[in-house]
Design a protein around this ligand. Structure first.
Ligand code: IMP
Ligand code: MG
Length: 418
């Protein structure tokens, strides 16, 4: 299954595509599995041996004995969450600390980041991003502003204490400005330092480890979190997360060069979901949208929020294929659509004056756009037991009149959209 020596798995919609499951399958053949961005905002649900595991901070690969799991420099590290996950996994019989490495260059995500996240969302009001509340934005803000505390700072307790105190004092100014409760800098620093002894032994240089493994003919799996449309550059800004979720981020996020990557698998669901605010062109109105949510069990793994549901958007996936340089595609949850009479696929967007077949950088266009759909008859069969492509019900040519119509509309109209 894993032909490439260095493989990236990326979400190619708005997250929750089922990356955890694909990573779990591929991890069986990997020596190293590394996360390269994001933090505990991720919620990777994996079923192993009839048991469910939801991992937020630790790579899903940890469920495979013998694998080495890394958190790259591009990750923001919620230390408390990490230790909680380590303990929960240990209680279920997994050895974790022996196999886990944390980049010394990764940034710590502390209590004050979560408080700032909440304050900033409250301030935005109706314009809020709908974050997971895990402090992700503020942690990356500190990193880019060059005032963050890195995991390696924990090597020197006094220095770490001073840095954290200083960071909390600075955050308190912003919290007071937002009428939010400030934190006691000394207490926060003391608490982090208490966890120090468990973090320091895990510190490593992820780029060196991965480079060495590749040189020894090892297999490396770089596990993305969130999805392409939540990428800080390529997503639906500002309704995005604060990291580079796309495949290029895998290189900078662990400390290797892009030439070390051999293949990129994009994971997509057979329909589209999104949690939080921002455009979702193929969103389905209730009651059908609610029905799809129930069928697919579409509730956030991190926050429990109901996910917004929509039809498969081929424009989004084509765009994701481009920005990630996908070499393969894994489609999940096709069987969720088993009972539908009709299945729609968005092949372009249109307004009264224009139609286009690419994902626009001008989001006001998206807000006014209607999806152009090809409508396919449902297969109305239980495909949940299909284990190979031959097991799927055969799909005839569904190119009916209406679909020709959609394609002609797209072709006839000038592609004037940005
Ligand atoms: P943040 O990453 O918590 O700042 O949230 C920013 C946006 O990304 C919000 O719309 C979140 O709902 C979304 N988001 C963050 N992490 C995930 C994820 O793992 N799956 C799906 N959406 C996510
Ligand atoms: Mg998820």
């Amino acid at each position: 299954m894993m032909d490439a020596r260095c493989l990236v798995v990326v979400g190619s919609q708005w997250g929750d595509e089922g990356k955890g499951k694909i990573v779990d399958v591929l991890a069986a053949e990997a020596n190293i599995i590394a996360r390269y961005q994001g933090g505990a905002n991720a919620g990777h649900t994996v079923h192993v041996g009839g048991e469910e595991f939801i991992l937020h901070q630790i790579p899903s690969g940890i469920l495979h004995p013998g694998t080495r799991c890394l958190l790259g420099n591009g990750v923001v590290l919620d230390v408390e969450q990490l230790l909680g996950e380590i303990d929960a996994l240990r209680a279920r019989g997994f050895d974790v600390e022996e196999r886990l490495g944390i980049s010394g260059r990764s940034h710590l995500l502390l209590e004050y980041h979560k408080r700032l996240d909440a304050a900033s969302e409250a301030k935005r009001g109706a314009d809020r991003i709908g974050t997971t509340g895990k402090g992700i934005g503020p942690a990356y803000e500190d990193k880019i502003a060059r005032v963050g505390v890195r995991a390696a700072d924990l090597l020197y307790p006094n220095r770490a204490h001073a840095l954290i105190e200083h960071a909390v004092t600075r955050a308190n100014e912003r919290l007071r400005g937002a009428s939010a409760e400030p934190l006691d800098p000394v207490r926060v620093a003391d608490e982090v330092l208490r966890m120090r002894d468990r973090i320091v032994p895990l510190l490593t240089d992820t780029g060196r480890e991965i480079t060495a493994a590749l040189r020894d003919d090892g297999r490396v799996l770089l596990e993305g979190a969130q999805g392409a449309l939540l990428d800080v550059d390529h997503g639906t800004y500002p309704y995005v997360t604060s990291s580079t979720t796309t495949a290029a981020g895998a290189a900078t996020g662990v400390g290797i060069g892009p030439t070390a990557i051999d293949a990129v698998i994009g994971v997509v669901k057979a329909y589209t979901t999104r949690v939080g605010s921002g455009p979702l062109p193929t969103e389905i109105e209730p009651p059908l949208g609610d029905h799809l949510r129930e069928l697919g069990g579409e509730y956030g793994a991190t926050t429990g929020r109901p996910r917004r549901c929509g039809w498969f958007d081929a424009v989004v996936v084509r765009y994701a294929a481009q920005v990630n340089g996908l070499t393969g595609l894994a489609i999940t949850k096709l069987d969720v659509l088993d009972s539908f009479d009709e299945v729609k696929v968005c092949v372009g967007y249109e307004t009264d004056h224009a139609a286009w077949d690419h994902f626009p950088y001008d989001f006001t266009l998206l807000e006014n756009a209607r999806p152009v759909y090809e409508t396919l008859p449902g297969w109305k069969a239980d495909i949940s037991g299909a284990r190979s492509i031959r097991d799927l019900v055969s799909a005839r040519s569904h190119r009916n009149e209406r679909n020709r119509d959609a394609r002609e509309r797209l072709e006839a109209l000038q592609v004037r959209a940005r």
